[in-house]
Design a protein around this ligand. Structure first.
Ligand SMILES: Nc1ncnc2c1ncn2[C@@H]1O[C@H](COP(=O)(O)OP(=O)(O)OP(=O)(O)O)[C@@H](O)[C@H]1O
Length: 555
């Protein structure tokens, strides 16, 4: 950075500070070797070389910066359009990108520049039009990665509009990459411009770019005037190194996306299919009316061979307000797919039959609580955004604090980055974010995953309390039957097997003395597991004491 600043300062100030006559033709001082006061000597027309090199640097840097920025702008536009425009637009733009990338840069630039000889604008455009494909590919990949991330999914469920997603998640992530692209392309563009000017098809000699000075030095070399080549060439190397040294800083800035996180809210659809509705706000559901009604839900996802594989098969379930439904089953049974279907988060290509009817909004606590938060911003900021998305911002600071307290998280901890919280604290923060929009239903996907017995029990009991106090309908997805049984917080349990509902009933029966042989087997396997948090251990713990311990340890 310092080196580049020195180069730019020299290029800009030296032509102004040097004696006025040094830039003019003077046949009395032609071809002077480096000496005092002409430290870089003079050229065949008597110009001082140090002034000519400074002027050349101005032109070369301007052309390089212009073409790097223009190429990056084209690349960002094409990459963003490809990832946002659907499969056809994507295919079309990516083929175009491949085609442009396949054309030899120098050849294409030579053709364009030859058509508009001596035009700086044509040179900038020629460089830009041949150098945008790598940027487009990077931006497309980055946009797709950000859009598929957990925190964008959470924001989408919270009702964030597409433009908000672009502003808060995509643009910050792409901005880093775009800045990096400009930095990486700058030295490349400097060399390209110099090459074209050296070949005599870039800038005219009077523009004094580094390329033209090097080209003009050929005649001087025959007369032994080495300085005519040495100083412009040295300037070219120094400016390349100075710009290249910027790249690591740019690369650091380009890493990782930024963005906010909404809580979770989906839609009020009294009539059928689930679909995002940002403005939807919860209306208190009638106790007898299910907050979440799943009717004949069948979901197929593309299998490894591309053919749809049935993941959920004709599932009918309901969650009443103030009730906790636990959905259990082996790994791969389809539990997370069910959670995603309820929250409108099924992946592209999913085929859905049946209905998911929400009478209110839905809050989603994802399986990985860390994935619910963008990693580069404080949790409190993201909670405030989730509250703002729901229009609950009279006093954002206090609302964030209240949200934390409601889930037993010390508000001071929210002023940390997500990675600075423990698993249990982050889970509580994720629940707070999911509650921010005032949902009628909370879908918690494996809320005890990765937690020790104490925090796991405390989390389940927190969900129970929310159901009781808020009248929330809660769907807890878990394969941790032991903790579920010992927590004694579920009203009903649904057992999934290979995407089908194989058992459903009151928790007391299903977790105590189930009729179904499969549920018995599942329960027996869970109770005899030797993993930490197994039933035999957690059953003897006093969960009220654990709750208190976890809340106080989070402070
Ligand atoms: N995006 C996807 N595309 C295709 N198949 C998928 C996709 N996500 C999950 N599946 C498949 O769907 C099935 C159910 O997966 P799901 O994650 O819903 O199970 P789960 O019961 O939640 O498992 P676990 O307890 O291990 O999280 C699995 O066979 C999985 O391979």
């Amino acid at each position: 950075m310092v080196l580049l600043a020195l180069v730019v300062a020299y290029a800009v100030s030296w032509p102004l500070l040097a004696p006025a006559g040094w830039a003019a033709t003077d046949y009395l001082r032609t071809g002077l070797a480096p000496s005092w006061p002409h430290l870089m000597g003079t050229d065949t027309l008597g110009h001082d070389t140090s002034v000519r090199v400074a002027q050349a640097l101005q032109v070369s840097l301007a052309v390089a910066a212009g073409s790097a920025v223009a190429a990056t702008a084209i690349g960002v536009a094409v990459g963003a359009a490809a990832s946002a425009g659907g499969a056809r637009v994507d295919a079309l733009l990516m083929r175009l990108t491949d085609a442009v990338a396949a054309v030899p840069h120098l050849l294409a630039t030579v053709v364009v520049v030859a058509l508009f000889r001596g035009s700086i604008t044509a040179l900038v455009l020629a460089l830009a039009l041949t150098h945008w494909p790598p940027v487009a590919r990077i931006v497309r990949a980055e946009t797709q990665k950000v859009m598929a991330s957990g925190y964008v999914a959470a924001s989408r469920v919270a009702g964030a509009s597409p433009s908000r997603l672009v502003r808060h998640h995509v643009l910050p992530a792409v901005a880093g990459q775009a800045g990096l692209a400009v930095v990486v392309m700058l030295p490349h563009a400097v060399w390209h411009e110099s090459t074209l000017s050296f070949l005599g098809i870039g800038l005219p000699p009077e523009e004094a770019s580094l390329g033209t000075l090097i080209a003009l030095s050929r005649a001087d070399l025959l007369l032994g005037r080495w300085w005519a080549l040495a100083f412009p060439a040295a300037a070219l190397i120094v400016v390349t190194v100075a710009v290249a040294l910027l790249a690591p800083a740019g690369r650091r800035r380009g890493r990782g996306g930024r963005g906010g996180r909404g809580g979770s809210a989906l839609q009020i659809h009294d009539d059928g299919e689930a679909g995002p509705s940002p403005e939807a706000m919860p209306s208190p559901p009638l106790p007898s009316t299910p907050a979440l009604d799943i009717v004949g839900l069948t979901v197929s996802l593309p299998g490894p061979d591309g053919d749809p594989a049935r993941i959920l098969d004709d599932l009918t379930l309901r969650v009443l307000p103030g009730r906790v439904l636990a959905v259990v089953g082996e790994s791969g049974a389809g539990k997370s797919t069910l959670a995603d279907a309820c929250c409108g988060l099924l992946p592209p290509g999913a085929q859905v039959r049946g209905r998911v009817v929400l009478r209110g909004t839905v809050g989603h606590v994802p399986q990985s609580a860390a994935a619910a938060f963008t990693p580069t911003r404080h949790v409190s900021r993201q909670l405030a955004e989730a509250l703002a998305a729901a229009g609950r911002v009279p006093d954002a600071r206090r609302s964030v604090s209240d949200s934390c307290l409601e889930v037993g998280l010390d508000p001071a901890l929210a002023d940390r980055y997500p990675h600075q919280l423990s698993g249990g604290q982050l889970r509580r923060a994720a629940i707070a974010a999911a509650l921010a929009t005032g949902p009628a239903v909370l879908v918690a996907d494996e809320p005890t995953a990765g937690l020790d017995a104490g925090p796991a029990l405390a989390t389940l009991r927190l969900l129970r309390r929310l159901a009781d106090e808020r009248g929330l309908g809660v769907m807890v997805i878990t394969h941790d039957l032991a903790t579920l049984a010992s927590a004694d917080t579920a009203d009903e349990v649904a057992v999934l097997r290979l995407g089908r509902l194989c058992d459903l009933g009151p928790a007391s029966r299903l977790l105590g003395d189930p009729d179904s042989p499969y549920t018995r087997e599942l329960l027996a396997a869970a109770l005899h597991t030797e993993s930490p948090g197994a039933f035999g251990y957690t059953a003897v713990l006093d969960t009220a004491v654990l709750d208190a311990a976890v809340v106080s340890s989070s402070s």
